[in-house]
Design a protein around this ligand. Structure first.
Ligand code: ZN
Length: 300
């Protein structure tokens, strides 16, 4: 009986807490699991432990295989989109779950998993480890794959892992090769029309500052930054414009999809040999992951 009374009091307390949260308008993840930065961070080190994930290399192949294995373990369907670019094999990975009801549109969350093969400003002979530039976005997507919960009978969500993003200007390579290919061929393998696309890139810096990006959809940016503000992240997810980026959201924006790039371009180790896991924090991954989680799970 004592135990029961205690439980009742705890339950009543939790209910009151929940009511207060609702009354204050604080968004909370609605699914049974919650995005955890502590669970996301090991995906950064696991990728870096494989070595430099440069397009066409063994470490890149292993990273792709690891991503696919985890997605399948979390119950996602997976499609490997392969093609050749400048005699180099390229593989995009596209995962999805759920069905869009009544022909409704789907949402795509993306990140690139390849890393740059030259630390060009610093030492062109050395590659970039890409703990933040690549691995951080992948880590957020893989933890979302575990923690996201939504009405899968009414909405489809895609997770895209782009290859060949980051060798631009090297030996005549373009930037955003993988995402350009995926956007150009969207729908050919039965992919659903897209309502929105959100890219996460370089979002793991322990000293995190994510500004509005000028080539992103303004309304969707305001919605995401607004949720971040409600979650208490306004000092990190800052609702001011700063940079314009050529990144993997551009090919989807050109298709007419509302697209947003969540990127922290104030990263001193960008394209240097110092872009290593010690610069990335679990807390920063959680800020991005929770923002996306609340936005995705609060949609009808
Ligand atoms: Zn890069």
């Amino acid at each position: 009986m004592a135990r029961c009374r205690l439980d009742c009091r705890v339950t009543a307390g939790l209910l009151l807490f929940a009511v207060l949260l609702v009354a204050c308008g604080v968004p909370t993840p609605s699914g049974p699991a919650t995005f955890s930065g502590e669970l996301a961070y090991p995906w950064v080190t696991l990728q870096c432990d494989l070595g430099y994930r440069i397009t066409g290399t063994e470490a890149n192949r292993q990273a792709g295989d690891m991503i696919i294995e985890e997605l399948r373990a979390q119950g996602w369907e997976v499609y490997e989109q392969t093609f050749t670019y400048k005699d180099t094999p390229v593989r995009n990975i596209l995962a999805w779950k759920g069905e869009a009801a009544d022909g409704g549109d789907a949402i795509l969350i993306g990140a690139h998993y390849d890393t740059r093969r030259s630390a060009d400003e610093e030492d062109p002979s050395q590659p970039v480890m890409g703990a933040n530039d690549g691995a951080s976005g992948v880590a957020v997507l893989l933890e979302l794959a575990r923690s996201l919960a939504w009405d899968t009978e009414s909405r489809r969500i895609y997770l895209a892992f782009f290859d060949a993003e980051d060798n631009g200007r090297l030996d005549g390579w373009d930037w955003i090769v993988g995402s350009s290919y995926m956007a150009a061929h969207w729908g050919e393998a039965g992919e659903s029309p897209l309502e929105a696309m959100i890219l996460v890139d370089m979002i793991g810096d322990a000293d995190q500052q994510v500004y509005y990006e000028r080539n992103s959809d303004p309304g969707l940016s305001q919605a995401l930054w607004g949720i971040a503000g409600q979650l208490g992240y306004a000092e990190r997810i800052i609702p001011d414009y700063k940079y314009a980026m050529l990144d993997d959201h551009i090919p989807f924006a050109r298709m007419g999809v509302r697209a947003v790039d969540m990127i922290d371009f104030d990263y001193p180790y960008w394209h240097t040999t110092q872009d290593t896991p010690d610069k990335v924090s679990a807390e920063s991954l959680e800020v991005i992951g929770r923002t996306l989680e609340v936005w995705l799970e609060s949609r009808e």
